[in-house]
Ligand binder design. Structure first.
Ligand SMILES: *[C@@H]1O[C@H](CO)[C@@H](O)[C@H](O)[C@H]1NC(C)=O
Ligand SMILES: *[C@@H]1O[C@H](CO)[C@@H](O)[C@H](O)[C@H]1NC(C)=O
Ligand SMILES: *[C@@H]1O[C@H](CO)[C@@H](O)[C@H](O)[C@H]1NC(C)=O
Ligand SMILES: *[C@@H]1O[C@H](CO)[C@@H](O)[C@H](O)[C@H]1NC(C)=O
Ligand SMILES: *[C@@H]1O[C@H](CO)[C@@H](O)[C@H](O)[C@H]1NC(C)=O
Ligand SMILES: *[C@@H]1O[C@H](CO)[C@@H](O)[C@H](O)[C@H]1NC(C)=O
Ligand SMILES: *[C@@H]1O[C@H](CO)[C@@H](O)[C@H](O)[C@H]1NC(C)=O
Ligand SMILES: *[C@@H]1O[C@H](CO)[C@@H](O)[C@H](O)[C@H]1NC(C)=O
Length: 414
């Protein structure tokens, strides 16, 4: 008898080889065997009521890092529940037939209090929209195969529009391993060449904004924030991170920069044995840092950033294949000098006065720091050695010349 699933974090360590960022999740049953697999992209466009009796539209994507709490696998039905950000979730339920399985419904629960996604929302409730999808394009898939749909599929209901694409899902996985066989969706089958589905954003791509940008004054050094995550069990700090952060991000090819303001930024997250997570959020940005502990070393493994700039387009980006801030578990990583990191083609971090310890924090203090090479004085050693050698050569040369002179003078007196 299979029972509610064991839950697993989306950023599975080093899984997959594709560079595209997508949301990948594995749900295990109580026996610890894979029972539901999903890899997909979802964009949301949500109409909600904003102050002043206006309707506002929020556009955002399902982040790469999600939690699968609430997912479950049973004999004839299963549920995939992906929760993300400040209390939002996306749920798809499946039913099993004799030869096939199919998606039955999709439910979106959105926390309108989250001002990062729903600025100025009048309601502080959770908006919930359920769509019956049994008769839609999310067609049936053969049991023991993956449902695959690279084409876009738009589901619209109650002011919530969801665009799904690059979908690869297998519900009712048998024997704990994902099938290599796929059932492609009708839209992917190339019988007649059909025009690519259009989305509303493509219409703006032809009008390139004039590049008369006024050079903005350089940002000041960002203030250093002190963030920590406390363990549920004993309410003590289990993850600590101090840093000043400037975020560079590209929206429609235009680089924008902002400093993370520690004042007004809240820290939350989780501490685990193999993986810990720090989530920083304020009214404009939500940042997620995932650290892993592997072979007694920790590193920053994944970063996910969502930025809402007023009413303009939203930025969403990250990388789940990083290897930064590496140090031994039981120590901290420190770098006082400014560091610049290309997180992705469109996301850049500049850190200042950095010190992090994602594992094994004892009594709310940082442990011995492993310093980054820039702070390290060892970089000076080659220079010192070089100067010393040059000096030595000069001395030898001078001594040789003087020696020859003396010898010459000596012979003359004979
Ligand atoms: C992750 O990065 C390493 C080196 O930085 C690279 O060799 C590897 O292919 C990357 N993996 C993925 C899934 O992108
Ligand atoms: C999904 O949303 C992102 C950012 O909001 C946008 O860049 C991308 O073009 C959207 N993709 C689709 C297929 O709508
Ligand atoms: C909804 O969002 C607000 C603000 O971000 C947060 O304080 C609250 O905990 C969230 N609610 C849930 C159910 O997560
Ligand atoms: C939510 O909004 C209602 C009115 O719409 C208000 O009475 C209530 O105090 C609000 N609750 C919170 C937690 O802000
Ligand atoms: C508190 O709990 C965390 C996580 O379980 C553990 O790492 C830490 O050692 C505990 N601290 C104390 C003082 O018990
Ligand atoms: C933080 O913000 C609050 C309110 O916006 C302000 O009163 C306070 O002075 C700020 N603190 C710092 C250190 O800037
Ligand atoms: C890090 O992982 C190792 C196993 O690889 C484990 O023994 C160790 O307890 C973990 N460290 C922490 C602080 O959780
Ligand atoms: C942590 O990783 C080790 C080695 O990869 C594994 O044996 C252990 O089960 C993992 N622990 C958790 C809690 O995931």
């Amino acid at each position: 008898m299979i029972h509610p699933a064991v839950l697993f974090l989306a950023l599975a360590l080093g899984l997959g080889t594709q560079l595209t960022t997508a949301t990948e999740v594995l749900v295990n049953n109580t026996e610890g065997k894979l029972c539901l697999y999903a890899n997909l992209k979802v964009n949301f466009s949500v109409v909600y009521e904003a102050v002043g009796d206006k309707n506002a539209t929020a556009a955002f994507s399902l982040p790469d890092a999600v939690l699968t709490n609430g997912s479950s696998c049973a004999n004839s039905s299963s549920t995939l529940r992906l929760s993300f950000g400040q209390g939002h979730s996306w749920t798809m339920s499946f039913s099993k037939g004799a030869q096939t399985y199919q998606a039955v419904s999709v439910t979106v629960d959105l926390n309108l209090t989250d001002a990062a996604i729903f600025p100025n929302a009048t309601s502080n409730k959770t908006m919930s929209v359920t769509v019956n999808v049994t008769a839609t394009d999310l067609s049936k898939a053969g049991l023991g195969t993956c449902y695959s749909c690279n084409s876009q599929d738009v589901i619209q209901e109650g002011g919530v529009s969801q665009t799904l694409w690059n979908v690869l899902i297998q519900a009712f996985v048998a024997n704990g391993s994902k099938s290599q066989e796929i059932t492609p969706c009708a839209a992917d089958v190339p019988i007649t060449p059909s025009p690519a589905p259009t989305n509303t954003t493509t219409t703006t791509t032809t009008t390139v904004a004039p590049t008369t940008a006024i050079p903005s004054p350089p940002l000041p050094t960002p203030p250093t924030g002190k963030y920590q995550v406390t363990a549920e069990v004993n309410r003590t700090a289990c993850l600590m991170a101090n840093f000043g952060l400037r975020i560079g991000f590209k929206i429609q090819g235009q680089l924008q920069e902002m400093n993370l303001e520690p004042n007004g930024t809240s820290a939350s997250g989780t501490c685990g044995v193999n993986s810990s997570q720090l989530v920083l959020s304020n009214s404009v940005a939500t940042l997620m840092f995932t650290f892993v502990n592997e072979t007694a070393k920790f590193r920053l493994h994944a970063v996910s950033v969502n930025i809402t700039t007023g009413t303009g387009p939203q930025f969403s980006g990250g990388n789940a294949n990083l290897s930064l801030w590496v140090a031994s578990v039981g120590s901290s990583y420190m770098c006082n000098k400014e560091q610049s990191y290309n997180i992705s083609d469109s996301l850049f971090f500049h850190t200042f006065d950095l010190q992090v310890q994602p594992f094994a924090v004892a009594s709310g203090k940082f442990s011995t720091a492993h310093e980054c090479s820039l702070d390290d004085t060892t970089a000076l050693i080659p220079i010192i050695v070089g100067c010393a050698l040059t000096g030595l050569i000069l001395i030898v040369v001078v001594a040789y010349i003087i020696g020859r002179r003396k010898t010459y003078v000596g012979y003359q007196t004979l």
